[in-house]
Design a protein around this ligand. Structure first.
Ligand SMILES: [Mg+2]
Length: 367
């Protein structure tokens, strides 16, 4: 057996980049004109791992000072041990939200560093469970006009992505007529064999969500994401039991206890590797879902999610979110390709293979 490398974490650093969207974007309950990427680096001997989250620049001092101070000096292969030390250290700050995003960035960078030290692709260190990662094209913002919507749908089809999701629940569920017209337009635009998904981002009340969900069957909608607030577990269960589409939620899951509650309310559990606590917590959340006979679906941050997804047996599909896809192609080397409807982890290089192109990112740096 090769000797175990005796390397400790030497340094942790972070930065934040705010990238304007090309056009205004909105879903059912939020609108935005920029997206902030927070990156983390974990240096250990000869390697530097790269991780990230989509959050607020306030994560930068959390990563650099609070979490960096905790993990520096720990054996670089003992990621779950270091993760537990981070969890203990942030007790009085509170785990959900920005703190968990910061932990996710450090954890994903650290796993990348560990894989590089061992000379292994990250997916091989995590343990590969599948050859490819099915993806779905995600965008269809409520702020789009019909021409923008159909233009994006044609882009997904030109890539032969066989699953497409659009946003509904516009203006907190007050524009159901337009929601349904956009679903109908989407079904008219895409091939009949494309699976159609919708995401209301918690914009409806339970009764309204059930009425909309029954209409969605007219267009063979298979996936109904956050029909009501993901905090309304009773409402999610009511919708799940009343509509033919699968009800999904979980993107605001920042700790394992949250996922343990959510599995009783959904047909498929969503996990965001850049929020949940990184690859370490992703694996445990996926196991919670498996214990309830559920598959999981990856939420956003497509490039970083591919190796986690490829290491997950009970995995359904990964959200190829148009907003993040654009940023990751703008700023990263090594992004996977969703063409054909599936992405593949890079098995040819150690780590996950993603690198920030510093010169391209610098104009957007905010912290
Ligand atoms: Mg969503």
């Amino acid at each position: 057996m090769p000797a175990r490398p005796e390397v400790a974490v030497d340094a942790v650093d972070a930065a934040a980049y705010t990238v304007p969207t090309e056009v205004p974007e909105a879903d059912g309950t939020l609108s935005w004109d920029s997206t902030t990427l927070v990156t983390a680096s974990v240096r250990a001997g000869p390697v530097t791992g790269f991780g990230y989250t989509y959050a607020n620049p306030a994560c930068v001092p959390l990563i650099r000072d609070t979490l960096g101070g905790v993990v520096t000096g720990i054996d670089a292969l003992d990621v779950p041990y270091g993760w537990t030390q981070m969890q203990h250290a942030i007790r009085n700050l509170g785990r959900p939200g920005l703190v968990s995003c910061a932990m996710s960035a450090v954890d994903t960078a650290w796993w990348d560093a560990a894989a590089q030290l061992l000379g292994l692709p990250l997916v091989s260190l995590l343990g590969r469970a599948r050859a490819e990662v099915p993806v779905y094209g995600s965008g269809g913002f409520t702020a789009y006009d019909d021409r923008q919507l159909t233009g994006q749908l044609h882009q997904w089809m030109s890539l032969s992505v066989p699953r497409i999701k659009i946003k509904i629940g516009e203006s907190w569920g007050t524009r159901v007529g337009r929601d349904l017209r956009r679903v109908a337009l989407t079904r008219e635009t895409v091939s009949s064999d494309v699976e159609l998904y919708v995401d209301a981002n918690g914009g409806y009340g339970a009764g309204q969500a059930i009425r909309v969900g029954q209409r969605l069957a007219e267009w063979d909608v298979r996936w109904y994401e956050e029909p009501v607030s993901s905090d309304d577990l009773v409402g999610l269960r009511q919708v799940r039991d009343a509509v033919p589409a699968d009800v999904a939620a979980g993107e605001y899951g920042y700790d394992l206890v949250y996922f343990g509650r959510m599995v009783d309310a959904v047909d498929c559990l969503q996990i965001d590797v850049t929020r949940c606590g990184g690859f370490t917590e992703w694996r445990r959340a996926a196991a919670v879902a498996a214990a309830h006979n559920l598959e999981i679906s990856g939420h956003c941050a497509p490039s970083l999610t591919v190796p986690a997804a490829a290491a997950t047996p009970n995995f359904r599909h990964l959200e190829w979110f148009a907003d993040h896809d654009r940023i990751e192609r703008m700023l990263f080397d090594g992004v996977p390709d969703p063409a054909g409807g599936a992405a593949h982890p890079d098995l040819s290089i150690p780590g996950h293979g993603l690198h920030l192109r510093a010169a391209d990112a610098q104009p957007y740096r905010v912290a």
